[in-house]
Ligand binder design. Sequence first.
Ligand code: GRG
Length: 269
Amino acid sequence: MPVKTSFKELIEKELSRLVPETNEPWGSLHQAARYSLLSGGKRIRPILTLTATECFGGDVSQALAPACALECIHTYSLIHDDLPAMDNDDFRRGKPSLHKAFPEGHAILAGDYLLTRAFEILSTSQDLAPEQKIALIQILSKDAGSKGMIGGQILDIEGHKSSIELVHSLKTGALIAASVEFGAIIAGISKKSQARAFGEKIGLAFQIIDDVLDADEVEKTSVVTLLGIDGAKQRAHDLLDEAIAHIESIDGDMTPLTRLAKSCVMRTS
Ligand code: GRG
């Protein structure tokens, strides 16, 4: 998927700096966290934050720490999702999942560490005003919690009869919506709800395309089993159009954000 290389490089470097190797007694915890954090994800969430900040007229350097905090939360969710008690996946991004490469306890604790580290990164950033930090912490704690990612995961594992789009919106969409809303907070725009609505639509479209790409593997009910491949792709494209309409009235050149949103929907991996 084509992404802004320079933003991706910035994020890779900053993630490595924020979760360093250490000779301290808990060095193996950092090693385990780095195994997953630096293992080649697409970085779509932090790239969205940097791109949104730029499009909304904010200072991208202020967005780097918050963008990395989002990626820490995302990585923790993947580590825990792969555990035997959850999806029990042996591989992630083409490598043994963390609990296969390290003892299972290390994988659980590395996930816990990345979750707490995210809030430490946000609350100690030197580049943000106190009120911005509080706003970002409120958004991330909600979107990673019961009204967001974890709530969606619970509905998913309990096989709730809730709408599949609700599960997708919570489990995947909330963190992606937070990524765009972060840009609105950092840039200080007034049209935060439009930015949020854009992120929500893109987040849902992203997960629908994930279902399309995983169509062979997904046994449980997915958007693809409900709408078929073409119907699911059409739904994602409709969401993309709706998303773009939400940011049209925001001041500035939205082209990079629109292009990134399109790449989330047109992606092949
Ligand atoms: C905390 C256990 C726990 C779960 C939370 C997000 C989540 C729920 C679980 C992760 C597993 C999963 C397949 C979620 C759907 C969201 C999704 C499409 C994740 C993959 O995101 P990408 O494509 O991954 O951005 P990369 O590898 O590029 O970072």
